[in-house]
Design a protein around this ligand. Structure first.
Ligand SMILES: [Zn+2]
Length: 410
């Protein structure tokens, strides 16, 4: 009985040692382990490749050689700067000359265009050992188009319609805008910004369809340093670039200033600063504002703290731009903007940031802005101020006039 017990103990300890999984390693060289001859298996990753159909799916491929059958495989992937690692299991035919493939669908779980994907393969062999490859990167670009590329400073311009002169114009506009915006929004320049110029709005919006931005005329993904706009290679397109490139670069710079606080930034401040960075005036916004004032249909600023949505988006932008201009011109200027950005970076609420920096509630800020900017039509102001006096003066004047000018009966 005692002999059987010792035998069992020996077998158990041997089995545990033999099948203990090693710490996951990068590309494996043959492993020698003096404790057990069973651990002499090895696996070598031979190739990695990725292809994608834009807006549909990404396919990951791997080949590996192993001295034991590979029985399970998975891709571990992160997109952009996401903390979350997705695990995508492959269906596997066991083999020593292993070829693996997995597909990640994009319809249900879209990925932003031009995001860099970081991934590794994890293979398991018939002995239960795991091998994890070194991390690989892949850019999920909009490969429906053949992009040309040109750099100036931190700006990398990409375009697919128009000649090199147009490409240079994009790079120059981006360079000039980034310099200007970085003075306007005090923050360190990003190391690189990729500016993708689509030839028309249709192409741009179809690119952003899966991430739900079908109505925008420009888009920035500050976390990955990507700007997407639409402009044709002609004079109208150049004017569009001067409006949209500085606007989107302002979002990049606001992210540089606020980092992890960017998602909490009130949208009226983010968009208001972006519109004020544009190199072209926006008469359409002035018209929208005076129309809203006339109809008494202004959107409360408190409703512009979160996302605008596409209903009344135009007026939302117009109000945000005007309010930020008001802060810049009459409520302390760039110093206060910097203070607001710092407050939101540090976690202030929409209301709290305004109270902390401008010493006023959001509703009072709105009242001041409406009174000092929107209702400050000089003619209107004159009549508003004059009316109380006129109420007394006009009847008195009429009575005096009657005495003077009505002919007396003889
Ligand atoms: Zn914007």
């Amino acid at each position: 009985m005692r002999a059987i017990f010792f035998l069992l103990t020996f077998i158990t300890s041997f089995t545990l040692t033999a099948f203990q999984s090693p710490t996951p390693t990068r590309i494996q060289l043959p492993i020698s382990n003096l404790q057990s001859p069973i651990l002499q298996s090895s696996l070598t990753f031979e190739s990695f490749s990725v292809t994608h159909t834009f807006g549909s799916q990404i396919t990951f491929n791997v080949t590996a050689k192993s001295d034991a059958d590979v029985t399970a495989a998975a891709v571990l992937m992160r997109s952009g700067d996401s903390d979350r690692t997705e695990v995508i299991q492959a269906s596997v035919t066991p083999s020593k000359n292993f070829k693996g493939q997995v597909t990640r669908e994009l319809q249900a779980q879209p990925i932003s265009p031009f995001t860099t994907i970081t991934y590794s393969w994890r293979l398991t062999d018939s002995q239960g050992r795991t091998f994890t490859s070194a991390e690989q990167t892949y850019t999920y670009d909009d490969n429906r188009f053949k992009w040309q590329t040109l750099e100036r400073g931190a700006i990398i311009a990409h375009w697919y319609t128009g000649d090199l002169t147009f490409g240079q114009y994009i790079a120059d506009t981006g360079f000039k805008s980034l310099e200007r915006v970085s003075r306007f929004i005090n923050a360190p320049l990003p190391p690189k910004v990729n500016v993708y110029v689509y030839a028309n709005l249709n192409d741009l919006q179809s690119s952003l369809r899966l991430i739900g931005r079908t109505w925008v005329s420009g888009y920035a993904d500050p976390k990955i340093g990507v700007v997407m706009v639409a402009a044709s290679p002609d004079l109208i397109g150049r004017s569009d670039l001067e409006r949209d490139v500085p606007h989107e670069l302002a979002h990049i710079m606001i992210y540089q200033a606020t980092r992890s606080g960017y998602d909490r930034m009130p949208v009226w401040l983010d968009e208001g600063l972006a519109v004020n960075s544009e190199l072209q005036p926006r008469p359409d916004f002035a018209a929208a504002l005076s129309e809203a004032v006339k109809n008494n249909s202004l959107i409360p600023i408190a409703s512009l703290c979160g996302s605008f949505g596409n209903e009344r988006a135009h007026l939302s932008y117009a109000e945000s731009a005007s309010l930020v201009r008001y802060i810049l011109d009459r409520r302390g200027g760039a110093v206060k903007i910097k203070g607001l950005l710092n407050a939101y970076r540090d976690g202030a609420t929409c209301e709290g940031g305004v109270q902390q920096e401008l010493k006023v509630s959001l509703i009072d800020l709105q009242t001041d802005w409406q009174r000092e900017v929107l209702n400050s039509n000089p003619l209107l102001d004159f009549w508003r101020n004059a009316v109380p006096g006129l109420v007394i003066f006009v009847p008195v004047a009429l009575i005096i006039a009657l005495f003077i000018f009505v002919p007396k009966q003889k």
